[in-house]
Design a protein around this ligand. Structure first.
Ligand code: ADP
Ligand code: ASP
Ligand code: MG
Length: 452
């Protein structure tokens, strides 16, 4: 059985949902069972919900309520187009009820003038909770018997609101109680991605783009044969198509390569998605919902053996480098511990690290606690920061056996002022930090060298 996750553009409107229905029908015919369908919010709905929360908290109630009505109309229109039988009236009533609740929250936020992470999760989760109801009803109407599953009863997480992580045993048990009976009853199970709840039942979300993660969590929980990520591109591409005009499709890559590309900016896959798949060794396939018959990208434990080629490029913008210098670091052990304790204390992830005898440079993309971090580091070192930088990452398992690839990467970039260069012992990527303004040109040069 497979888990099929559909992203926002793949459930954007009635036409997209009709394509989804045929994809689900095909999987069901092929496997004779399932599938489990995990859906994102309709495209742009999560952005709209977050904007509603902040507009409300800024006291602009009228504006926020107007956006609530736009969401009401968009979901109701999808229901009217897809569900005409007896299910239509109760579903429209349910949607109206949910959006009335959202309007109540808007008024409350306008009084309080602040949004707590816990409230933000209740608001953000509405997109997936609504889209999944619509998709379940549309499937059933089209003759593919489907039941809706409340993701808050299926994915149990810790209480890190807005970027929660699943609790393994609790989620496995919850999936056994919610999803499995539906599959055993010969029906399709449909749930919203991105959403979960704590053990106490408080709604959580898994971080932006987190529906992919939900797909993998569910796939691991029910020991799926394959986790499919249905999206709006042909698969994992050799570079971000918004940066490089015609990147190539990567037909196959390893979990480790995919994790690097996703972590360093290949938005097509949420970086946490790979872990549950690795733990249960479940292949992940990225597919285009506009071209259901195309092969897409297959991600498995084995690498594809690309010879002297790289697998792909990824990049992250708005990166900040923090340069930490201390003459006392010379020969001193314990210095790095003190440095990283500061990042731990301020819950800020470091992406890349390079060191010299007396200095350590790290990159971060989360600037929320930057001032406090600089202050804390300044207590035992000299600190300088530089912004408007980008991180460019060249990934390939082939880097392990073909040392000249690394040399080619750096020499292709000879005209670009590189701020940092790193290659870890796993030798699966070479990452450089460069001025953001040089990124498009650097990407083009590398892509041309390795992929055209
Ligand atoms: P979904 O809503 O289906 O989850 P996303 O917008 O999150 O879709 O991710 C798909 C998008 O990721 C593509 O439209 C593409 O612009 C972008 N993207 C960035 N890097 C890559 C890459 N290396 N390969 C494929 N797509 C990429
Ligand atoms: N709807 C959520 C977001 O836009 C999750 C997802 O689509 O993966 O971030
Ligand atoms: Mg996505």
């Amino acid at each position: 059985m497979v888990v099929q996750k559909f992203g926002g553009t793949s459930v954007a409107d009635p036409e997209a949902i009709r394509r989804l229905i045929e994809i689900v029908r095909t999987a069901r015919t092929r496997d004779g069972r399932g599938p489990v369908v995990v859906v994102s919010a309709m495209s742009k709905v999560t952005d709209a919900l977050l904007a509603i929360a902040s507009t409300a908290a800024a006291g602009r109630t009228g504006e926020a309520l107007q956006r609530v009505d736009e969401l009401r109309e968009r979901h109701a229109a999808a229901v009217r187009a897809l569900v005409s039988g007896p299910a239509q009236t109760p579903l429209l009533a349910h949607i109206a009820g949910q959006l009335d609740q959202l309007a109540d929250i808007v008024r409350a936020l306008a009084v309080l003038r602040e949004v707590s992470p816990r409230t933000l999760d209740v608001v953000a989760a509405m997109g997936e909770l609504l889209s999944s109801r619509v998709v379940a009803a549309a499937l059933t109407e089209a003759g593919v018997a489907a039941d809706w599953v409340d993701a808050r009863c299926a994915v149990i997480t810790n209480n890190e609101h807005t970027s929660a992580n699943p609790l393994g045993p609790e989620t496995a048990a919850a999936l056994r109680n919610t999803v499995m009976p539906i599959l055993d009853g010969g029906r399709v199970a449909v749930l919203g991605g991105f959403v979960g709840a704590t053990v106490e039942g408080h709604t959580t979300t898994l971080g932006r783009g987190g529906s992919d993660y939900s797909g993998a969590i569910v796939g691991a929980g029910i020991a799926a044969r394959e986790i499919q990520i249905w999206t709006d591109v042909d698969g994992m591409l050799t570079a971000d198509p918004r940066v490089i005009a015609s990147p190539r499709l990567i037909a196959q890559l390893s979990f480790a390569e995919a994790a690097e590309l996703a972590y360093f900016g290949a938005k097509v896959l949420h970086p946490s998605t790979i872990l549950p798949a690795v733990e249960r060794n479940i292949p992940v396939r990225i597919l285009n919902s506009w071209k259901p018959d195309a092969a897409g990208t297959l991600i498995t434990a084995q690498s594809a053996g690309t010879g002297a080629r790289l697998t792909g490029l990824a990049s992250k913008k708005d990166v900040t480098v923090i340069d930490i210098t201390s003459t006392r670091m010379l020969m001193a052990y314990g210095f790095l511990r003190r440095v990283f304790e500061v990042f731990e204390r301020f819950r800020t992830a470091v992406d890349m690290v390079t060191t010299s005898e007396v200095s350590v440079s790290v990159t971060v993309d989360d600037r929320r606690n930057l001032d406090a971090i600089v202050q804390a580091l300044s207590e035992f070192s000299e600190v300088s920061i530089e912004g408007e930088l980008a991180l460019l990452c060249a990934v390939g398992d082939s880097l392990q056996g073909e040392p000249e690839i690394a040399a080619r990467v750096v020499s292709v970039l000879e005209e670009v002022p590189l701020k940092m260069i790193s290659q870890a012992a796993s030798r699966r990527n070479i990452t450089v930090v460069l001025p953001q303004s040089d990124l498009p040109h650097a990407m083009q040069r590398l892509h041309q060298e390795f992929f055209t």
